[in-house]
Write a protein that binds this ligand. Sequence first.
Ligand SMILES: [Zn+2]
Length: 395
Amino acid sequence: MNQVNEILDMIGIAGRNQDGSYTRTCFSPAYFDAVEIVQNKMEELGMETEQDAAGNIRGILPGTDPSAKSILIGSHLDTVPSGGLFDGAYGVAGGLAVVQRLKEKGERLCHPIELYGFNAEESNPLGGTFGSRAVAGLISPNQPNLAQALAQYGRTVPEIMSCRRDFTDAKCYLELHIEQGDHLCNKGLQIGVVNGIVGIIRYKVTAIGHSNHAGTTMMKNRKDAMVGMAQLIVDADRCCREIDDTLVFTVGVIRCWPCSENVIPGRVECTFEMRHMDRSKTDALFQAIEKLAAQIPSVQFEIEKTIDKGSVCCDGTLMHTIETAAKMCGTTYTVMPSGAGHDANPMAHRLPIGMIFVPSRGGLSHCKEEWTDPEDLRRGVEVLYHTVLSLDAES
Ligand SMILES: [Zn+2]
């Protein structure tokens, strides 16, 4: 019997679309359907449960030693629109499968287990990883437009501030997740022991040229912001590849003014995003982009930083515990960084974190083709289970 698949299928009842994708955006009825399914399962397994104002669900399995700190396990229950079954939900289902297995074996742990199903991890008007940031106490009440953004979900700033957890009685945070990339799949490996989550740096880049008539303005006289931006994007892409083969650069948004078929664009705005574990690599790319921009004569560039999320490291001791568990389970594994953000990122600001990855077929995620083989899902839970057991054996 594959418990994690059964639980995952149960959660998948919530927000399933006709085309086989899943839509459980934050605070939506479908999201809260998933919360209810998870809450019922937690209670069936003997966990005490509570929902907070941020829409997070938490289940607590009491331990036998009242002085022992909690082992936190979590991931998110929201999805992107038309996302897959596994992103986030697998980590929550995996935590439930671990608790179910403990119960079936009659094992009582010294340490309490606290299992979180977080809300609003995906991109949303409140900012990604909102639920876990609320628990970690990383949301500033002074954040611009927070009150208005919360009002659309019927929540208030003081309610969100009250979601903050006191971490003095928490030992560590573990997250089981699909890789969402193709590293494990391509290498034929079963488990990723995550060593950190990459930093995400974003800039708003504006090219300023001169709008003019598309018919009468000869090429030699143009100050075309679109052509200048296009050149900068291609140059930056090449430069990124030269700096490091694990540095990534993406222009995901482009806006153009006046955006008319017969007018030379006078202004183009883009987002430039770069990700890497090592700040010096993203810094090197940024400096190169500034230089490249200065070499494009017909257009002026303005560059403004909009997001600067530093990378976080997984705890070395926890990584070792996970590696030992992976070996004990007879799985093949590798140590690797996470290119995607996770709830583990905010939690890393409060306590040691460890993450376990399982392969994503074809590296696909955030789409209905997202898939991980049942056997890989089971193996990930197995590694999490043995990690929890060995952490429990520590003081
Ligand atoms: Zn996720």
